[in-house]
Design a protein around this ligand. Structure first.
Ligand code: F3S
Ligand code: F3S
Length: 103
C-alpha cells in the first residue's frame, strides 16, 4: 500500500484524491488517509503531492514508519460500529496530538 505521512497534516492539498482511480483516499480533520485494504499500488498519488507526503510503505522514511500503523488503525476504527468507537472519529489519536503544522 501507499501511505500518507506527516507533511499532509494541516496542508491537505487533495491533489492525490483526484488522481486515485479507486477512491481509497479519505479525509480526516487534519490529514488524509489511504485505506491499506483498498489501495491497489497504482502510484498515481505519490508524484502529485506538492509536499511529498505520499510514500510506498517500503519507502517510508524511518521517522514516519508509524504512519502505516496510523492508517491501518484509522480504518479499523472507521469500520467499527459507532457505539464501540473510543472517540468521535475525525483523526487518528496520534494526529490529534500533533502540534499545528506548517510548511
Ligand atoms: Fe495530503 Fe498531499 Fe494528498 S498534502 S491531501 S497527501 S496531495
Ligand atoms: Fe490510489 Fe495512490 Fe493507492 S492513487 S490506489 S492510493 S497508490
Amino acid at each position: 500500500t501507499y501511505v500518507i505521512a506527516q507533511p499532509c497534516v494541516d496542508i491537505k492539498d487533495r491533489a492525490c484524491v483526484i488522481e486515485c482511480p479507486v477512491d481509497c483516499i479519505y479525509e480526516g480533520a487534519r490529514t488524509l488517509y489511504i485505506n491499506p485494504s483498498e489501495c491497489v499500488d497504482c502510484h498515481a498519488c505519490e508524484p502529485v503531492c506538492p509536499v511529498e507526503a505520499v510514500f510506498h510503505e517500503d519507502d517510508l522514511p524511518p521517522h514516519w514508519e508509524h504512519y502505516l500503523t496510523v492508517a491501518t488503525e484509522y480504518f479499523d476504527e472507521v469500520n467499527r460500529p459507532a457505539q464501540d468507537r473510543q472517540v468521535p472519529l475525525a483523526d487518528h489519536p496520534l494526529i490529534d496530538r500533533l502540534p499545528p503544522q506548517s510548511r
